[in-house]
Ligand binder design. Sequence first.
Ligand code: 8YV
Length: 332
Amino acid sequence: MADRPIVIVTRKLPDVVETRLRELFDARLNLDDKPFSREELIEAVKTANVLVPTVTDRIDRAVLSQAGPDLKLISQFGTGVDNIDLETARNRSIIVTNTPGVLTEDTADMTMALILAVPRRLTEGAIMLKTDSGEWQGWSPTWMLGHRIYGKRLGIVGMGRIGQAVAKRARAFGLQIHYHNRRRVAPDVEKALEATYWDSLDQMLARMDIVSVNCPHTPATYHLLSARRLKMLRPEAFIVNTSRGEVIDENALARLIESGEIAGAGLDVFEHEPAVNPKLVKLARAGKVVLLPHTGSATIEGRIDMGEKVIINIKTFIDGHRPPDRVLPSML
Ligand code: 8YV
């Protein structure tokens, strides 16, 4: 590959990252941050040696089938790669990398914020005073009561980096840690987190006060929290999702919260982003759910670190080495 490969970046990245990309590569940047259309994406895969997409770019088989012979690397700006058809990329000998680890703490912080915000009715109170609705007539002993977090059972679905970082924070808030994962984590990790492993997701869901979804979206986890499983949650239970919307059957979730079979939810991700299910918006207005615009990892530090990882993956690759954050279909 040429020393200064054509690197096409599909979204606006932090200035310091863009400056570095320009210094190192023939970088084609997206300064107005207008998301690429499908046609622009296809044009990019035809032209680029390296593509730097994000979660908002659907890099599916149809797009990859039109990739030019010189597209050798897709260096995703993000950890989740469910927007990329990894199988087709591999079949076309296109390497795929992501940016794991650097957004773990930020995403875990936002998860903890939602674990606190929903049961403690945080946004309800904030919006009430912000909109000057006149609803608040001063302190009252029985008004705007939420639910205690301390001592409750938290069930984490997906005990990878982010799941473990959530567990660490939740323990500090006095929550009991439970988890379900494809594989049990190492005994020393389980011990350090005082985490109880549940082989059966169904059995765990039926006993938790709060459930946090922290697993990647893969064909195996699509609607992992199906209508059948959501019905297993107790009426006092809350669910939080900072992974991917597709892991939860959103319509079923809205239905069960509306009917009072689930107490509430804190969602940072949605099945059809950026479209947000109108039923969820209605529940947000009723204070039953807290909805955030996919800002789990949205810190300037995190985004610069993600950019650094993209650059390291590209640089290592063009220097003929195996990029550190390669993603293979088998890994998911
Ligand atoms: C990213 C995320 O910002 O990393 C992920 O998987 O969801 C976010 O942190 C987004 O994916 C950018 O591509």
